[in-house]
Design a protein around this ligand. Structure first.
Ligand SMILES: *Cc1c(COP(=O)(O)O)cnc(C)c1O
Length: 427
């Protein structure tokens, strides 16, 4: 069937009627048909190209969030589109009863990029939470002995590892966890970056320590210099696994393939940017002993590592490498941080590469997000005082400078809205 005919058939299945509607009416339909866990979205997006997206009313936005650090190559990247289309037209899905060349190539490529030693392996899933769910089960398999059992998993305060039960049980925010308790137990949180607390917590009863090199959801909070190495040393000494959650920070986001580069963990989880927008997650296990902790039948997934998703990840890695995006991210990120810091409205900039937290006056961040949408910028607030940027890695200085130039006006608008909200109305 020609592409045009396929599109016409789909349109007949209800899409044509929807594409005639304006955003407001589409959002009413959304509320009626989609579960309310995300609230009502701000806009309905219909199309993208590079770092630009368009909404259902034809308004354009500079996408500085990139689907939350996912659209590494921007939208509708021609190489990614072509690789995924041709893979789907060849062999899209096979289940894990069968192997596929793209899956093997991706495993080998990621292990090489991560400097993984001989005997390391990859497990593919479909998302970040699933990658961490696998890591949670891996950690549980580090059981110790009958006389000296290991039962504890150490995570960091303000951590975010996902929303499925195992990953959620390692996530710090009580509001995410408490409605679903009892969750898998044995998880404890220690203050991020505190080496003394780390040493005090980790002994022969610990199965694993899990850390994000930069805590993305918490507000793009980096760990102090040397902390990851301290985690490596302390876990090695205690026989606990070191798990790095690079779901948000990995695959070039910080200007290196991995934000934890230089420290070899026992397991690493990846997802967001890995497939350039096609859902895929991964867990890498380092060395033969760790890799042997999960044996045949102990974990699995129907979709994980399918040819289409692994081809998408290979395409994403290929473009990052061949277009020199790691250097571009380092240079552009450093330049952006400097530009932002010249603004009076900015109280601080943290993060690395193109994972950027802009600190603003308490309460302003969510209102800056609103003002940004009005002005044609997509950004996000990780909390009341932090605006997060995680744009496509291909974003240009010219594009970013339009945002820097607009930022004071966004803050002014947010400040006015905040003042109107907090001034008691005269009766
Ligand atoms: C987003 C994120 C996750 C969860 O990934 P999903 O794909 O949303 O399940 C886990 N860990 C970190 C550090 C993340 O940023």
């Amino acid at each position: 069937m020609p592409v045009g005919a396929a599109a016409a058939a789909l349109a007949g299945d209800g899409l044509a009627a929807l594409s005639a509607l304006r955003g407001e009416e589409l959002l009413r339909r959304y509320d009626r048909s989609l579960l309310g866990v995300f609230g009502t979205p701000q806009r309905v997006l219909v199309r993208g190209s590079g770092a630009t997206v368009w909404d259902a009313d034809g308004k354009a936005y500079l996408d500085l969030l990139g689907g939350i650090a996912v659209n590494a190559l921007g939208h509708a990247h021609p190489f990614l589109t072509s690789v995924v289309s041709s893979q789907l037209a060849t062999l899209g899905h096979v289940s894990n009863f069968f192997a596929s060349p793209t899956q093997i190539a991706l495993a080998e490529r990621l292990l090489t990029l991560a400097n993984a030693p001989e005997g390391s392996h990859a497990f593919f899933a479909n998302s970040g939470t699933e990658a961490n769910e696998a890591a949670f089960k891996l950690a549980r398999r580090n059981r110790g002995t009958a006389e000296a059992p290991r039962t504890r998993i150490i995570a960091l305060e303000h951590s975010f590892h996902g929303r499925t039960a195992g990953a959620l049980s390692m996530t710090w925010k009580p509001a995410y966890r408490e409605p679903f308790e009892p969750l898998p137990g044995g998880v404890e949180w220690i203050p991020a970056g505190d080496v003394e607390a780390l040493r005090a917590a980790v002994d022969e009863t610990v199965q694993a320590v899990i850390v994000e090199p930069i805590q993305g959801e918490a507000g793009v909070l980096p760990l102090p210099e040397g902390y990851l190495q301290a985690v490596r040393d302390v876990t090695r000494e205690a026989g606990a696994l070191m798990i790095v959650d690079e779901v948000q920070t990995g695959i070039g986001r910080t200007g290196a393939w991995f934000a934890s580069a230089g420290v070899i963990p026992d397991a690493m989880t990846l997802a967001k940017g890995l497939g350039g927008g096609v859902p895929i997650g991964a867990m890498l296990t380092f060395g033969p002993e760790v890799s042997a902790l999960l044996s045949a039948g102990q974990h699995g997934t129907t979709f994980g590592g399918n040819p289409m998703a692994t081809a998408a990840a290979l395409a994403t890695l290929h473009v990052i490498e061949h277009e020199g995006l790691l250097a571009h991210v380092r240079e552009t990120g450093a330049w952006l941080a400097e530009e932002l810091l010249t603004l009076d409205e900015v109280e601080g900039v943290h993060g690395r590469g193109l994972l950027v937290g802009i600190k603003v006056r308490e309460g302003l961040a969510p209102l800056i997000v609103q003002a940004g949408l009005e002005a044609g910028f997509i950004v996000n607030a990780t909390g009341p005082d932090t605006v997060r940027l995680a744009p496509p890695l291909i974003v240009t200085r010219e594009q970013l400078s339009t945002f820097v130039q607009a930022f004071p006006a966004l803050v002014a608008s947010a400040t006015a809205t905040l003042a109107a909200q907090t001034t008691p109305k005269e009766s």
